[in-house]
Design a protein around this ligand. Structure first.
Ligand SMILES: [Zn+2]
Length: 489
């Protein structure tokens, strides 16, 4: 199951890499197809919707039909935020599988994290933080996710008429009156959904594995699962809104507001900053302010209903150095902080956590890096079209090997272009790579037997101002030219 997700993920990575636009969401052909329709069906029957809209905003609630894709976009830059800003939390500091049985690890932590966001963060952040729990609840209702090691994964989650997903007349249930009760209630509801959808997988499997499968016979079975997934999603959302938004904060709760400035980052200017209250589960994003200009990025963040006490506030935005400040929150009061982020060195570095020093998730591995064997892999960096990038590193371990890997952009039905993979020569600190329509992402890989922070001092990928990549040509020609090495000296 991990394997099938890995493949899926690679496809997503490539597709998302095709640009750097606001909200680059996708409807993958090989994922439980109707996520937005299931979310919409759930929203359509939600009791007290006017009330939730007033608190959260109509726009944020509508965006839930996009945020529900978030876990299928792991690692990706989704415009103003990275999917991992909401996917990686201290209770789940790594990416988890989306099928039974591993997906069971997702429900309680992401449900509780969403409640926390509804109580303490801005409506925008709270709705984004609902993305993971919505996705995992919906996913486990897909027959091949409910049945362990299910063959014919693609057919069993895509042979469904998404337009038919409507549950009008369904009355969502409150899954519990307290957080603990709601977690238990959600678990029971999920257990029921898994049995329901695994049974649909058993019924549909002989049909999809027949020599000439008749899709029209399979669709009604998969639809039953989609409808039940929508009912469970409606229960979960109703419970989250009731418990999250009607929660009475203790009178001694405190607030924190902050204004953040950072150097501009023209190659990824829409990116927001992350704020973490160190050693706690409290984290949010600094939303971009209209006062940002070409000299400085500005943003604001806020928390409410926090326990009073002393906190260490850490703010990080890609392209800048992390900043830390201490703050004391007095009961019943809101503290204000101003934080100025200094430029990363070199300026404009697009690698998230380029020196591996940021470890706010309480993980062994530095934040936003993955580690397998002796290879550390960075989060993917989305490139602008036709830009040249200078890619480099300062090694601490002279034996460390550093690669800049550009996966090919896959387009439906066409063969994936081969990746571009360049090793940083041992005697050189940096080299140039250019984006082309077939290669719109860079991933940095560091191979060393030492921990990342002992293997490198830092790595970087920076856009070269004013240096566009060679002119794009017609698609046929582009294909040919993409096979040429794009390394430029
Ligand atoms: Zn999924």
């Amino acid at each position: 199951m991990q394997k099938s997700f890995g493949k899926k993920c690679f496809w997503l990575v490539s597709l998302l890499a095709a640009g750097n636009f606001w909200m680059m969401w996708l409807s993958p052909a090989v994922a439980w197809g109707p996520h937005p329709e299931i979310t919409q069906a759930a929203l359509d029957v939600l009791p007290e919707m006017e009330k939730w809209k007033q608190v959260l905003g109509d726009h944020n609630i509508r965006q839930l039909t996009q945020y529900c894709w978030m876990p299928d976009n792991r690692g990706r830059d989704l415009g103003p935020f990275y999917a991992d800003d909401y996917l990686l939390i201290r209770k789940v500091p790594y990416h988890i599988g989306h099928t039974m049985p591993t997906v069971q690890l997702a429900f309680e932590p992401y449900f509780r994290r969403a409640l926390q966001a509804l109580r303490t963060e801005t409506p925008t952040n709270a709705c984004r933080q609902l993305g993971p729990i919505i996705h995992f609840v919906e996913d486990v209702g897909a027959p091949p996710h409910a049945k362990v090691n299910c063959p014919h994964h693609g057919e069993l989650e895509n042979w469904v008429n998404a337009k038919a997903i409507k549950i009008e007349g369904y009355r969502p249930q409150l899954l519990g009156k307290t957080d603990d009760e709601a977690c238990q209630g959600l678990k029971r509801r999920i257990d029921g959904l898994v049995v329901f959808s695994a049974e649909r997988a058993e019924r549909a499997l002989p049909l999809v594995s027949a020599p000439n499968p008749d899709r029209s016979k399979v669709e009604p079975i998969i639809l039953e699962s989609a409808l039940e997934a929508a009912r469970v999603t409606a229960d979960m959302l109703y419970t989250a809104f009731k418990l999250g938004l009607e929660w009475q904060a203790p009178a001694e709760a405190a607030g924190l507001k902050g204004a953040v400035t950072a150097p501009t980052l023209p190659a990824n200017e829409d990116q927001e900053a992350q704020v973490v209250l160190a050693e706690t589960d409290y984290a949010t994003l600094v939303e971009s302010s209209k006062e940002s200009d070409q000299h400085q990025w500005r943003g604001n963040f806020s928390f409410r209903n926090l326990p009073a006490g002393e906190y260490t506030v850490v703010v990080y935005r890609v392209g800048a150095q992390p900043a830390t400040t201490k703050v004391k929150l007095e009961p019943g009061k809101t503290a204000q902080v101003e934080i100025q982020l200094q430029s990363a060195e070199p300026a404009g570095n697009l690698v998230y956590n380029p020196d591996g020093q940021l470890r706010l998730l309480g993980n062994q591995t530095p934040d936003r890096w993955t580690h397998q064997g002796k290879t550390y892999t960075s989060a993917p960096i989305t490139l602008k079209r036709r830009m040249t990038y200078v890619c480099g590193a300062v090694r601490k371990d002279p034996q460390a090997k550093i690669f800049f890997h550009m996966p090919g952009v896959q387009r439906g039905g066409q063969p994936t272009p081969p990746p571009i993979r360049k090793e940083l020569p041992a005697d050189s600190g940096q080299m140039e790579l250019a984006s082309d329509p077939d290669h719109m992402t860079i991933i940095v890989q560091v191979q060393s037997t030492k921990p990342l922070t002992e293997a490198i001092e830092k790595v970087w990928v920076c856009a070269v101002p004013g240096k566009a990549a060679p002119e794009e040509t017609k698609p046929e020609k582009t294909k040919k030219s993409a096979k040429q090495p794009v390394l430029q000296k």
